[in-house]
Design a protein around this ligand. Structure first.
Ligand SMILES: [Cu+2]
Length: 207
């Protein structure tokens, strides 16, 4: 099937949790595919927007259906997110950045929500067994070691935003709420950036 056909169906597949299938077949997973394999782009772009930021300052998280543990979500203490950004995209995209845990307590990000997306999942990128990379939901969540950090980057773990309510363009700002295993939340406000380089990371190696 053609790439376009596949892309049109992506939403449905994703809704069924078959993101990995899509990524493997159409590479549309985290954006439209591109042939340019300029991997250096990823680091420079990540370092690009140095906004020091967000945790706590912006609490307008929308719907955060509780995971069961917390009816009244409270802001997490000691968990910060920096260099966060989201790739400009039409139907689905990813949040990248660095999450710092400055506490003595290991934590795990168990869920993410965003008012910009109908569905948000925690994804990891793994080998598809035939030389390429594919991504899938990370059911165990993202571990945040005590006094450690977790990096979300193209080609690696990321927060996947699907069923975008509208096209995300460079200059937009997207709010994402991360929920920790203790029920507390971290509000992230991420700028949207044009970034072609995030895409090949999901494509089979073409170098
Ligand atoms: Cu993904």
């Amino acid at each position: 099937m053609t790439k376009q056909n596949t892309k049109r169906k992506t939403k449905n597949y994703l809704a069924l949790g078959a993101c990995a299938l899509i990524a493997a077949t159409a590479l549309t997973g985290c954006g439209t595919s591109s042939n340019a394999a300029d991997s250096s782009a990823s680091t420079s772009a990540t370092a690009g927007g140095d906004m020091n930021m967000s945790s706590g300052s912006d609490m307008s998280m929308s719907a955060a259906p509780s995971t069961g543990s917390g009816a009244a979500a409270h802001a997490a203490q000691g968990i910060t997110v920096s260099n966060q950004w989201i790739k400009a995209e039409r139907s689905m995209t990813s949040l990248f950045g660095t999450i710092q845990n400055t506490t003595d307590q290991p934590r795990t990000i168990v869920k993410a929500t965003s008012d910009a997306a109908g569905m948000v999942q925690l994804h990891e990128t793994v080998s598809n067994g035939s030389g390429g990379m594919t991504m899938k939901e990370k059911k165990d969540g993202f571990a945040l070691p005590a006094h450690g950090s977790k990096t979300l980057e193209p080609g690696g773990d990321h927060v996947m935003l699907m069923d975008l309510h509208h096209t995300l363009k460079a200059g937009d700002t997207v709010k994402v709420t991360l929920t920790l295993d203790d029920g507390s939340t971290v509000a992230v406000t991420a700028p949207v950036k044009e970034f072609a380089g995030a895409q090949e990371s999901y494509a089979p190696s073409s170098k």
